[in-house]
Design a protein around this ligand. Sequence first.
Ligand code: GLN
Length: 403
Amino acid sequence: MLADYVPPYHATVVERLLEAGATIVGKTNMDEFGMGGTTETSAFGPTRNPADPERVPGGSSGGSAAAVAAGEADLALGSDTGGSVRNPAAFCGVVGIKPTYGLVSRYGLVAYANSLEQIGPFGRSVEDAAALLDVIAGPDERDATTRYDAADGVWDAAGATDEDGEDAHPAEATEYAAAADGDVEGTTIGVPTELVDGADDAVRAVFDDALAALSARGAETVEVSLPSVEHAVQAYYVIAMSEASSNLARFDGVRYGPDGDAAAGGDWNESFAAVREEGFGEEVKRRVLLGTYALSAGYHDKYYEKAQDARAWVKRDFEEAFTAADVLATPTMPVLPPKRGESLDDPLSLYLMDANTVPVNLANLPAISVPAGESDGLPVGMQFVGPAFGEASVIRAASAVEG
Ligand code: GLN
């Protein structure tokens, strides 16, 4: 639908990068409209994983993670609606951050599911990714969901001021990069049983070793429980597809996409249908159909409202967990990167791969994925989740994993 689309303006994040002196070298491949976890639903074809070209790089922002892992770019941006920054970071062996909802402006981001997504940075080190976050974070008058009070809480509390003692612009504060100091002495790390037990043995072994290394550096680990996450994948997909079905209505061949007039002979309804039939891939169509169904009269209460209840429950569970721990640690992905083509025919197995990442988006919290080691030569990522606007604490914990 957007193959030949050239945006008429820069996203806020891109504008801030240019202002900070970065060079933008290109756009990266991704699953169509961010819908997928392997970059195989891309209209441009799949991306290979630099760690093993037979395997997927993860997704949906797989092109960004692969570009950074392969050294084609120092840094990259992705969007994380349900894990699309952390998943490819884990599969490609790089660092990816999903910011707290409202920390980074979504102005200029093509919307998939507005209530869940944030733009997030990739880097080869925690410090690099955090430095990129420093540049893109902060309130934007063009995105009313960016949080001014959060800015106060984060920047002022950390004393981020310029030479004259004025509050510094976040891009000058470099507060997140400074948090990558590896100091976890006295940090309490909560380990949610439900999100560790579901991981494959190969992943589990690397995760357990990394946790032990953190304990050796003075962190304390405690078990915590998030009973609601059992319903998180279902709730996430109902909400994400519902929002997507509404957001994607704008792709109709008038404002975006191929011209549908010829096929339709002047009937606008037929014209829209022809354009959407031609312009959307299979996964996108599946989600528009399911989302429309979930929102339709008679089913709204049964699916959408139930999913919202589950979302509130997930939020409460995290709040409870943060009374016992400073940050939570889980494997980012419960599996090693699949081979190309392996999961494409089975959407459900793909959705289930998101078990550890989607709860974070439902609760609008910050999280990071950091390489924790390898299994059979394949990267394994460790995820840290923090309380709202607690980016500094997940960055600090992740930097300790780097050693
Ligand atoms: N795999 C999830 C999905 O397909 C997450 C995608 C994302 O974060 N953009 O919805």
